[in-house]
Design a protein around this ligand. Structure first.
Ligand SMILES: Cc1cc2nc3c(=O)[nH]c(=O)nc-3n(C[C@H](O)[C@H](O)[C@H](O)COP(=O)(O)O)c2cc1C
Length: 430
């Protein structure tokens, strides 16, 4: 507290100095003072953030925002797992852009709206969900919590939330993931297949579980996820990996805690290796048509960010698109998805639903996407932070927090239902 006050005093003094003739006397330019002011402002902001992050909540009841779960997850996970979730790729440009994109829009609230009840329910492909917030596919969930995918399924069931399961679980770490999740959920779930790992046999297997909707993720561009790899390269101990049977699927049977088994999926692959690795870049629209003809499941393309690709999606018989950049995990475009949404909306021209994810951390963020025309909004890291922190209760609380925030903003903008959210509730800050 005292240091924040000191920084505030320092800023006031610098402001006085910048306007004073003393500077010219001692031969300094006002630019020098402006630089110092910028540094001071940054220090002040990070001080406030640091203070918030110092509080590690002990129970879900203490949570004020989804970021509280990020702070707990950091204490519970190994450094490599934590950075693998949280970091982006390359130099984090897209990760930052996803968050910064929201500040380009402000919400035009009204007063005295008289709204006493808000209905957040939506209908997708003939099925009702309690809110437009859904859970994105995230691979290797056992790394974050025992039986992670099943625990998330229970939370999704309890909150009547759409959950998209990552098909990569099946390939990499949890061969029975789809069947186990369907059993926990008590009904089939949507499944996502990743790039060129989605082959005919996997499509048939997904179909056999009764999955109504197949999501094809086409934005895994072999992103150079530097964060986790740098932790691995530094040989930071991965806590109890050696003794933990959950880890063997990804890490092999490790004789020593500090070693990463050569040839296993989690072996460090440097920048060049990752760029050569498996990715969706080599795929094309013939592959979309082939997949379309292969199955009767609804088909959603995940990763569409450009108007032309939105138009091509409609022309190739896709049932919905998901505007996504993998949460900045795989992409160095430096464009936030909220910035891409208007052109994707223009591309589909209202013919198919548009979903969106990447960077959504509050009800206000969700509201902005809905006001721009999105049908539903996905979250990835927030629910994984919740899962890592407090298991099922953590996931449920993350969902509830976001719903409650959305509810307030809907009330403040006079929208009693999702269909009543209007574009003119947003103001663009151009
Ligand atoms: C650690 C991690 C693993 C992911 N694994 C997958 C995956 O296996 N399949 C997939 O389609 N998307 C995957 N994603 C992307 C998410 O589905 C989603 O697009 C992203 O997390 C949304 O952004 P957010 O985390 O900022 O909310 C992953 C994202 C993260 C952070």
């Amino acid at each position: 507290m005292r240091s924040a006050k000191r920084l505030g005093n320092r800023r006031a003094f610098l402001r006085y100095l910048a306007a004073s003739p003393i500077l010219a006397y001692v031969g300094l330019s006002s630019r020098w003072v402006e630089d110092l002011m910028e540094e001071t402002a940054a220090a002040q902001d990070s001080t406030a953030l640091d203070r918030q992050n110092e509080v590690i909540i002990k129970s879900v009841k203490e949570a004020l925002s989804v970021f509280d779960f990020d702070a707990v997850a950091r204490t519970k996970l190994s450094p490599a797992h934590y950075t693998f979730i949280t970091d982006g790729s390359f130099s984090n440009e897209t990760l930052r852009a996803n968050r910064e994109g929201f500040s380009k829009y402000a919400i035009r609230v009204r007063r005295l709206t008289g709204i006493t009840k808000v209905d957040q329910s939506i209908r997708i492909f003939g099925v009702n969900w309690d809110s437009p917030i859904f859970l994105c596919p995230v691979g290797r969930m056992n790394a974050y919590y025992p039986q992670g995918a099943v625990v998330v399924a229970r939370a999704a069931k309890a909150t009547r939330t759409l959950q998209v399961l990552a098909g990569s679980q099946v390939i990499v770490s949890d061969p029975k993931a789809i069947e186990d999740v369907v059993a926990a959920r008590g009904e089939p779930v949507w499944v996502a297949g990743l790039g060129d790992t989605l082959d005919g046999p996997l499509v048939k297997r997904i179909e056999a579980t009764g999955c109504p909707t197949l999501v094809w993720t086409i934005d895994d561009g072999g992103g150079n996820t530097i964060g986790a790899k740098s932790v691995q390269r530094a040989n930071v101990a991965n806590l109890d990996r050696e003794a933990d049977s959950r880890c063997v699927g990804c890490h092999g049977n490790l004789p020593k805690v500090n070693r990463i088994a050569p040839g296993t999926p989690m072996n460090v692959v440097g920048a060049i290796g990752s760029l050569r690795g498996e990715n969706s870049i080599k795929l094309n629209w013939d592959d979309v048509r082939r997949l379309r003809d292969m199955t009767r499941m609804k088909l959603v393309l995940k990763g569409i960010v450009a108007q032309e690709d939105a138009e091509l999606s409609v022309r190739n018989g896709v049932d919905a698109v998901l505007v996504s950049n993998h949460g900045g995990h795989e992409d160095a475009s430096g464009r936030g998805t909220i910035e891409c949404l208007p052109e994707v909306m223009a591309g589909v021209g209202g013919k198919i639903p548009v979903f969106i994810d990447s960077g959504f951390r509050s009800g206000a963020d969700v509201f902005k996407a809905l006001a721009l025309g999105a049908t539903a909004v996905g979250i990835g890291r927030p629910y994984i932070w919740g899962l890592s922190s407090f298991g099922q209760e953590g996931v449920e609380t993350v969902i509830e927090l976001l719903r409650r925030e959305l509810q307030v903003i809907m009330g403040e903008t006079g929208a009693a239902s999702i269909a009543n959210i209007r574009r003119d509730s947003l103001v663009s800050r151009s």
